[in-house]
Design a protein around this ligand. Structure first.
Ligand code: ADP
Length: 487
């Protein structure tokens, strides 16, 4: 791994401004998913270290929240600049531990940094309210205050942006944070903390506790039960999200959840087919299909089904698969681990056994390891397992439908409600379908919906809360009502 600034490759946790190992010296290995090479070993921490990180965040809270919004904004701005100045190194680190193509990793660093920039600006706009009083001698004032210590538990698919998307608004609002990064991708988290330290963000304001997969429940248990933590923000699987939500009940913590999705991608007869294919490619194959907003069910209307399948096939043939840091640029890297490949294999096999047709791909890639062929399945039906599970791999299942009502019913027939997409030109249909889809995000003639300026989040079992945009700050403030009498 070639870094210009080797000091960004931190191998320890970060608690109270110090780089530390686990109390018992335990470590776990982090591997490069492209070749299985061990990148290094990082601390396997437990409840004790987590308690200390929370206590440090608790101590730092008074000083951090007492700063003016502009002072916090200036520090965040500096952090943002340092992230961008080190974009190349951060991208190399990310590709090494996560596998995505280097160009995608660079894109994620810019995307991750954009949350820091955005919330540095928004920090200054946490406005309160005055409300017309209910009695002549009273006045009503509403102020917003930081919620307190925040725990951020993050996934491996966006090792940088999922941290900044939570921490930037938390810090902007005046909260301090304890981050538990995913075990597969701790280096991106440590590098962010290193840059925060260089930016001058004081000790205790950001803390990172790393642990192996086997220790996640213990660390998570402390983060969700410790009374000093007032808010848990989690991105990851629905199963873990539900568990954390239940655990937070004991101390009535506020919680934000970004969980799984089952995104429908609907192509109507009146769609611009080339645009729909481009959107499907971006939505489906980015990050090798490992995002929670990836198209999971591609519903195509009768009249354009065959043409769409053919054009999508041609586009998929243009994808190049290989290591993200290899000599040649690629458009699809490996899947994160062997379990991910086995899940994709199982879903493809189930679909084929029930009558689906492999248009292209369908099996492990000749490169071996965790590489999987970009795949298209046709004649997929809702009785197949891939209709109800998040594929999280480079497999595009095509379903056929005949009318708008049917498409909406199928699209909404899931407990999830994160992102949905559809392609149509008829303005009446655009409005009807936009309103009928039970999703937090709808891409209308658009396959890429993530941006720091818009609210990202799901309905139903896909989550609670919104990240990014002006709404993203609200999850980190409490409303206080001052009833001023005797006037
Ligand atoms: P995935 O299946 O994508 O790895 P997870 O929900 O398992 O999704 O992981 C997302 C994050 O949640 C990771 O940081 C992981 O370590 C963490 N995690 C997993 N299990 C628990 C748990 N019981 N308590 C707290 N965090 C957990």
């Amino acid at each position: 791994m070639q870094l210009k600034d080797r000091a960004l490759f931190r191998q320890q946790g970060y608690i109270d401004g110090a780089w530390v190992g686990a109390d018992d010296g335990a470590t776990f290995k982090v591997v490069n998913p492209a070749d299985g090479a061990v990148l290094g070993a990082v601390p396997d921490m437990g409840a004790g270290e987590t308690r200390r990180a929370i206590a440090a965040a608790g101590r730092a809270l008074a000083g951090w929240r007492a700063k003016t919004a502009k002072e916090r904004a200036n520090l965040l701005r500096r952090w943002y600049e340092l992230i961008l100045q080190n974009q190349d190194d951060l991208a190399v680190l990310m590709t090494a531990e996560q596998g995505k193509p280097l160009a995608e990793a660079k894109g994620e660093i810019a995307y991750g940094a954009s949350f820091v920039e955005w919330f540095a600006e928004e920090a200054k706009r946490v406005y309160g309210d005055t409300i017309p009083q209910h009695g002549p001698d009273k006045r009503i004032v509403v102020i917003k205050q930081p919620i307190g210590v925040v725990a951020a538990i993050t996934p491996w698919n966006f090792p940088n942006a999922m941290i900044t998307r939570k921490c930037a608004p938390a810090l902007a609002a005046g909260c301090t944070v304890v981050i538990k990064p995913a075990e597969d991708t701790p280096y991106s988290a440590f590098a962010l903390a290193e840059l925060a330290e260089r930016a001058g963000i004081e000790k205790g304001v950001i803390n990172i506790v790393s642990c192996a997969k086997s220790g996640a429940a213990e660390v998570g248990g402390e983060l969700t039960s410790n009374p000093v933590v007032r808010k848990v923000s989690f991105t990851g699987s629905t199963a873990v999200g539900k568990l954390l939500m239940a655990q937070c009940a004991g101390t009535v913590k506020k919680i934000s959840l970004e969980l799984g999705g089952n995104a429908p991608f609907i192509v109507f007869d009146d769609a611009d087919l080339d645009a729909a294919v481009a959107g499907a490619m971006a939505s489906k194959y980015r990050n090798a299909g490992q995002t929670c907003v990836c198209a999971n069910r591609i519903l195509v209307q009768d009249g354009v089904y065959d043409a769409f399948a053919e054009r999508l096939g041609a586009a998929v043939a243009g994808l190049t698969v290989g290591p993200g840091l290899g000599a040649e640029p690629v458009t699809q890297g490996p899947l994160i681990n062997e379990a991910a490949v086995q899940k994709v294999e199982r879903l493809v096999e189930d679909a084929v056994n029930k009558g689906a047709r492999v248009v292209t791909g369908g099996k492990r890639h000749a490169l071996g390891g965790t590489f999987f062929e970009p795949t298209i399945l046709a004649d997929v039906t809702t009785t197949m397992a891939c209709a109800n599970e998040e594929i999280f791999g480079p497999v595009a299942p095509l379903y056929r439908f005949s009318d708008e009502r049917e498409a909406i019913a199928v699209a909404n027939d899931t407990p999830f409600g994160l992102a949905a997409y559809f392609y149509a030109r008829d303005v009446g249909r655009v409005w009807r379908v936009s309103e009928a889809l039970e999703y937090g995000i709808v891409g209308v003639n658009e396959g890429i919906i993530s941006t720091e300026v818009a609210p990202f989040g799901g309905v139903k079992e896909s989550g609670i809360g919104r990240e990014g945009s002006k709404y993203g700050l609200e999850d980190f403030v409490e409303i206080k009502y001052l009833c001023m009498g005797g006037i």
